[in-house]
Design a protein around this ligand. Sequence first.
Ligand code: HEC
Length: 149
Amino acid sequence: MKTARLFGAALAAAATATSTVTLAQDRGAAVFEQHCVVCHAAKGEGNPGFAPKLAGNLAERARKSTGHTYFAQLVVSGMMGPIVSGGEKFNDAMPSFAALPDEDIVAVLGYVLGDLNGVAADQRVTPQDVATARQRALPPNEVRKLRDR
Ligand code: HEC
């Protein structure tokens, strides 16, 4: 009886953990749909000459130690300045999303890095990364320099 109850509790805990993960993923997709698709397109394929492709182009940067600083800062502060992405030049402005709550920034970056770039969960941007980015918010042209590190 006691074992059965413990087992039941473990199942309930597992179910809660799973639905929390699913919710976070859904949240990221929803935030992306609402705020990012307009420029980066529905599946992050980008808009030639305007907004860079996000799908499949970001995994290498996400795995570098400086990558989290860059991605968190990019969404908090925005970015301005010329970049080359997938061999194509871009020179437009990515707006700041500082008005979004931290959870939404973590969730949308989880969606972009995880779902669109196959980056493992433990290599994605954390709530701590976003909190740090807020404390050290930068002008958009300074964020551009983080991309080169
Ligand atoms: C108004 C259009 C616009 C919106 C909305 C927008 N972006 Fe961007 N984004 C850009 C542009 C333009 C750039 C490139 C900026 C540059 O050339 O310096 C960019 C760059 C990026 C990059 C860097 C890509 C790289 O190769 O380094 C990421 C990641 C990104 N955006 C994610 C997002 C996310 C996530 C959202 C939604 C929360 C979003 N963007 C919303 C226009 C937009």
